[in-house]
Design a binder for this molecule. Sequence first.
Ligand SMILES: Nc1ncnc2c1ncn2[C@@H]1O[C@H](COP(=O)(O)OP(=O)(O)OP(=O)(O)O)[C@@H](O)[C@H]1O
Ligand SMILES: C[C@@](O)(CCOP(=O)(O)OP(=O)(O)O)CC(=O)O
Length: 420
Amino acid sequence: MAAGKNWVLTVTAQTPTNIAVIKYWGKRDEDLILPINDSISVTLDPDHLCTTTSVAVSPAFTHDRMWLNGKEVPLSGVRYQNCLKELRSLANDVEEEEKGIKISKKDWEKLHVHIVSYNNFPTAAGLASSAAGLACLVFSLAKLMNVKEDNSRLSAIARQGSGSACRSLYGGFVKWIMGKEENGSDSIAVQLADEKHWDDLVIIIVVVSSRQKETSSTSGMRETVETSALIQHRAKEVVPKRIIQMEEATKNRDFPAFSRLACADSNQFHAVCLDTLPPIFYMKDTSHRIISCVEKWNRFEGTPQVAYTFDAGPNAVLISHNRKTAAQLLQRLLFYFPPQSEADLNSYVIGDKSILQDAGIQDLKDIEALSPPPEIEDNIPSQKYRGDVSYFICTRPGRGPVVLSDESRSLINPETGLPK
Ligand SMILES: Nc1ncnc2c1ncn2[C@@H]1O[C@H](COP(=O)(O)OP(=O)(O)OP(=O)(O)O)[C@@H](O)[C@H]1O
Ligand SMILES: C[C@@](O)(CCOP(=O)(O)OP(=O)(O)O)CC(=O)O
């Protein structure tokens, strides 16, 4: 180690979140976080939803510390500790001549780290903050510690922080292979295709509620495995076939097949939640209305225009075939779910606002002037569901983790090693 105690070495990284289109639900090992089935996800564009994490090491630090969204939070949880332990065991020599820093492999056992993280979207609101957060923690520390292992190996570490986090180590379309080994070494994420492979997909997230949910994914899936008779059938008979079909649909950019599989799998996941004792209800009336709206439209067109999928919460993730269908989808959503009269359009539809332009919506008056979609012309609802949606996020498939080398992006003060 360098003689002085004053140096602080930092790394900053940005990591995306992901949405599963074939769901992970149920563990065969709670400590190692090993799933009962494979899953497939789409990584979301970090420009709209991501975690930024800065990590630092200094001989002056007295213990490991973490700050999340501006507040210090404990790092004592077993999941964080398992990730830190494994990363330390894989750490290597680090040398920065101009700063006079020299850390040898064995020093990492004694050195402490500071972790400062910020999510650019609501935390613990069913928008997979734990996936982006844990993946970013593992990725940034691995860079700081000069861990040489590839992203698949890192995914097995992130998996121990939160299962779905392992899929955030890659961009585009990602499969989490459940693996067979008892020690979890083969339960890793692999990239099926990068984000450019199918870049006309547009994703609209309907944020129904950003309040914290009642049943966490961790306890919900434990209760399902303990009490549901359907979950074994799903894991053994249904998912293995769907994984093969979903890989094929992704490879061939076969949207109708992709959509049918994603919708069916989301519905089955919520069915096993309902089959749990006591039953778990993640979706709300608004979620069900969104499903009906998409189903009616897809049926009317004779072929799927949009896929829907819901995680452990009421928010809908809608994947449309291309920009044109995304604009038509947004028109429908704004017709059914207009904002309150005092709302600001700029904060009602966020993310890639060009979809709003394509939909011909410049201000709130344009929303009020939307005509009912043709598929409901004979059955126009007497009331609209004004105010039932908090906001919409327009996004697309996105890239995997990156290191941000621009010092101004760091969340850590390089002099003190504390949050800026
Ligand atoms: N940037 C981050 N860095 C480290 N840990 C994080 C970060 N963001 C979230 N977490 C951890 O994840 C927890 C939230 O996970 P939780 O599963 O409750 O919600 P979610 O991931 O937003 O929703 P869901 O998993 O249902 O999509 C936080 O309490 C925190 O412990
Ligand atoms: C419904 C899901 O989003 C469940 C995610 O569960 P988590 O990864 O949050 O659970 P833990 O492994 O216990 O941390 C489906 C999915 O992402 O595949």
